[in-house]
Write a protein that binds this ligand. Structure first.
Ligand code: GLN
Length: 256
């Protein structure tokens, strides 16, 4: 791993945040998830070490929090060889309770496999028991989910249709939008503390409860004192989310 960048402030301890493949897999603003986690960790007064992991580098076993974003099918193909090399470390970290957030293309690659619309099979890590197949028709548009973190909003844009294996829990129930496949009302998948989701936006700035759930899992695992949150002002995100939900579900506040 390289591109390491440590910033200090008066802190309760250090958390190492690893961003997988920021060049190949971070479209539709998914870099915002990394920034939201780093910013919130600092606001909760933790020190952050941010590591960008690029294909060909060695992934260390010291990650406390791992994020990955969306990408085109071609970007997914470019990270496959590195995932084959570093996949075992990611699996071990996941099974040990390391929180991870994988969006769209990386969500698909954390599943069993992704077969593109042209029929090319990209094997996945199998951390999440999901299987994805590309379709001619893309699923595009705003999404509202009901989750254990409350209502979550975002924006989806994927050709892949994802099916969950038996016993695999979704991230949320679709209140508006398509979700995993447009038919079973499920969106994303969660196993251990690994979250997969199709939601761009980016997801975490608009849904700080999800960011704090990831941060809590990371700190509880990494530091003996456990997560000691500061009181943060999330009123802007909360208002934005409430307005979006009102517009999509109740037809309120439509833009004129
Ligand atoms: N290539 C994948 C699909 O279209 C992932 C898209 C994305 O990451 N936004 O299904």
């Amino acid at each position: 791993m390289s591109d390491s960048n440590t910033e200090s402030c008066a802190t309760k301890g250090k958390i190492t945040l690893v961003h997988l493949y920021p060049r190949e897999m971070s479209i539709y603003g998914d870099l915002g998830n990394t920034r939201a986690l780093a910013t919130r960790l600092r606001q909760h007064r933790y020190e952050v070490e941010l590591i960008d992991h690029h294909p060909g580098q060695k992934l260390g076993a010291g990650a406390h929090l791992v994020v990955g974003g969306g990408g085109q099918d071609s970007g997914q193909a470019r990270v496959e060889a590195d995932l084959a090399v570093n996949g075992q470390i990611l699996k071990t970290l996941a099974e040990d309770g390391t929180p991870m957030l994988m969006i769209c293309g990386m969500y698909q690659l954390f599943g069993n496999d992704f077969t593109t619309v042209e029929g090319k099979r990209l094997p996945g890590l199998g951390i999440l028991d999901v299987t994805t197949r590309g379709n001619e028709k893309r699923m595009i548009g705003p999404v509202v989910l009901r989750t254990k973190h409350g209502d979550v909003v975002g924006y989806e844009n994927h050709s892949g249709s994802t099916t969950l294996g038996p016993g695999q829990q979704p991230f949320g129930a679709v209140r508006h939008g398509q979700g995993n496949n447009g038919s079973d009302q499920g969106e994303g998948a969660v196993r251990h503390h690994v979250y997969g989701s199709y939601l761009h936006g980016p997801l975490l700035p608009a849904n700080p409860a999800v960011a704090d759930a990831l941060i809590k899992a990371a700190v509880d695992r990494a530091l003996t004192r456990g997560f000691e949150p500061e009181e943060l002002d999330d009123s802007l995100a909360d208002e934005t989310r409430t307005r979006q939900i009102g517009r999509l579900l109740l037809g309120r506040n439509r833009p004129r």
